[in-house]
Design a protein around this ligand. Structure first.
Ligand code: 5AD
Ligand code: FES
Length: 354
């Protein structure tokens, strides 16, 4: 559906009955376009070592309170095996951002090992930040087929309010990296945080229009949650209440579903940090992907990008059972054993071939 900036802003602002009707419309669009299935992506947060200093992020380099870890290959492979044996069909490997040759090589070797242990069946998404064109290509060739790189905000000024203004955190490089990913052939996912200090409805409308223009295949976006040990915490008095940020995040998902009906939209874990049923609520208004946490429990405490991150103690088995029940309560079906690729991606790559 085509929507202009003013229409988007109006939709994002809706409350009460009008909002109920927006959420209903997006749910219908989702059912018509991508169906009632929810796809699992087992999330493995394999390292919290990060070379960057994003001002909102709990695992930023400058946070000395964090105990840094690097999961062992064996632990990562066990988590992947769990995903495969439980028919999750896909995993997401996520980490802090490093670009050393050793890191690039390690990810490469993990990709090959995960492919091998699953007879090439497990789909692999990477979420390891900005890398060179060559690195993206190398990882793609070794088996990754989707990549998540949130733009965080598409407004340059706001971007530099939430990141240090330097070459390591360049807005242009982030946009360029998204271009590299597309050109390499990945299914590309991006997203933003919602309810950031200094963020306006206009910014959020521009974010959605940016997604449309970039023609993304997947999106993950959730509420911004302040973290005490980060520089952005000083602006907490400027924030909307958590409930307001939550509601706005659902509105963003709903409007995005109307704007890009056939993409995959993830129900972000951050929603659950505000509302225990947050992710299911997102599924009910347009999301169709969920990322059960498979990170070894010993490390979870140290991967707190934001406060109140849920499921810190639950192991993979518990997470799966808990999610399964929640999804059924939400009336959706789980796409076990299916990659659940973005329909949008198949269409846009098919169009190219035709
Ligand atoms: N609140 C909400 N989301 C956050 N992220 C990082 N820090 C926070 C925070 N304080 C999100 C970013 C990043 C993703 C992995 O987690 O959008 O891309
Ligand atoms: Fe690690 Fe931003 S703090 S990528």
């Amino acid at each position: 559906m085509a929507l202009d900036k003013q229409e988007i802003i109006q939709l994002l602002r809706t409350k009460g009955e009008e909002r109920t009707s927006l959420l209903k419309r997006s749910q219908e669009t989702k059912l018509n376009e991508v169906g009632n299935k929810v796809y699992f992506r087992g999330l493995i947060e394999f390292s919290n070592v990060c070379a960057k200093d994003c001002l909102y992020c709990g695992i930023r380099k400058g946070n000395e309170k964090v105990i840094r870890y690097d999961a062992k290959d064996e632990e990562i492979l066990n988590a992947s095996r769990f995903a495969w044996e439980n028919n999750f069909a896909s995993v997401v490997l996520q980490s802090g951002e490093l670009s050393s040759p050793a890191f690039v090589k390690r990810v490469d070797s993990l990709l090959k090992k995960i492919k091998k242990l699953s007879s090439n069946e497990l789909g692999i998404t990477l979420s390891c930040g900005e890398q060179s064109r060559e690195t993206y290509k190398r990882w793609f060739e070794s088996g990754a087929h989707r990549y998540l790189l949130r733009i965080e905000s598409t407004n340059r000024e706001l971007y530099y309010k939430i990141h240090p203004n330097n070459q390591t955190h360049s807005f242009d490089k982030r946009v360029e990296a998204l271009g590299f990913l597309k050109e390499t052939g990945y299914q590309v996912g991006t997203g933003v945080m919602i309810g950031l200090p200094f963020q306006t409805y206009e910014h959020l409308a521009d974010d959605l229009l940016f997604f449309k223009k970039l023609d993304i295949d997947m999106c993950g976006m959730g509420p911004y949650l302040e973290h005490e040990d980060t520089p952005l915490y000083q602006y907490r008095h400027l924030l909307q209440t958590k409930q307001e940020r939550f509601d706005l995040a659902l509105n963003m998902i709903a409007v995005l579903r109307l704007l890009m009906p056939d993409i995959n939209i993830a129900a972000a874990t951050a929603l659950q940090a505000i509302d225990p049923a947050g992710r299911e609520k997102a599924l009910a208004v347009g999301a169709n992907v969920i990322m059960p946490n498979l990170t070894p429990t010993a490390y979870r405490e140290e991967y707190q990008l934001y406060e109140n991150k849920p499921c810190l103690d639950e192991d993979a088995e518990l997470c799966r059972n808990c999610l399964e029940a929640r999804i059924h309560v939400a009336g959706a079906e789980i796409g076990y054993g299916e990659w659940g690729d973005s329909k949008h991606f198949s269409r846009r790559t098919q169009e190219k071939k035709d």
